[in-house]
Design a protein around this ligand. Structure first.
Ligand SMILES: [Fe+2]
Length: 254
């Protein structure tokens, strides 16, 4: 398995995102500034939003750089964290608020973004295995970045966890962008990165139907296969068998 691992599975952590409640939000900003060393120029973005016409704007999310490695291209070498708070009025449903309330917490680790050198190949690899995504591949109009967001990690009968993955690729070649535009104009669109995700999660939570990361049938089959073992007893044959269950679920979804 190791020797045949394709390049698109060579992931690096790109950034991570934390939901916090309203009382925590600005204190967390100060913590990043005073304790974790973020300078004004380290704030990568700060998105403002008004909850309704005439309502004052409030910050819904900001992201900050926390550090940089010594080598390589700067954008590939940053440690970045983003924070999100709810800006919907108190009497309106908010997916951020309900995730925090469901966890009885004022802070919830929401997603980790894994960077791959080849997002299209990874995306196909994951779709073939029935992985659910809540967005098409999106291109950020401000950054040299394409990204896609997965369903949440939870299993049949459990409550949605609120945790999911983002997969990103930076360093896009002009040929890749041209190819994406030509191949899939409908499902590949330019959007302001964050609000695309925010609105999609809000829609999911309003509908009450939350996409799971893997297919529920595949989950149950894999659990049946390995659930009673210690993880060091899981054999390579089990892994192959589990991969078959995932591939079957990918075929079912097509
Ligand atoms: Fe993200």
């Amino acid at each position: 398995m190791k020797s045949s691992k394709p390049d698109f599975l060579n992931f690096q952590v790109d950034h991570m995102t934390i939901l916090v409640d309203n009382k925590m939000y600005n204190v967390a900003y100060v913590v990043f500034r005073c304790i974790l060393g973020a300078q004004p120029e380290d704030i990568i973005y700060n998105v403002r939003r008004s909850s309704a016409p005439g309502e004052p704007e409030r910050s819904v999310t900001f992201a900050t750089k926390l550090g940089q490695g010594a080598n390589a291209k700067q954008e590939l070498n940053n440690t970045m964290v983003a924070l999100v708070q709810a800006t919907e009025p108190k009497n309106k449903m908010s997916h951020v608020r309900s995730m925090l309330d469901d966890h009885q917490a004022v802070v919830h680790f929401q997603h980790v973004a894994l960077r791959t050198p080849d997002l299209l190949s990874f995306h196909k690899h994951a779709l073939d295995r029935g992985v659910r995504f809540i967005t098409p591949i999106l291109q950020d109009e401000h950054e040299d970045l394409i990204q896609v967001f997965s369903g949440e990690w939870y299993y049949p009968g459990s409550k949605p966890s609120g945790f999911f993955f983002e997969f990103v690729q930076r360093e896009l070649s002009p040929a890749l962008i041209k190819m994406l535009d030509e191949r899939n104009r409908q499902s590949f669109f330019r959007d302001r990165t964050f609000l695309g995700l925010y609105d999609e999660k809000q829609r999911e939570y309003e509908s009450g139907k939350i996409e799971p990361f893997i297919d529920p049938i595949a989950f149950e089959k894999i659990h049946e296969l390995v659930g009673n073992k210690n993880n060091w007893e899981i054999t390579e044959e089990d892994i192959q068998r589990a991969d078959q269950f995932l591939l079957e679920s990918g075929k079912r979804l097509k």
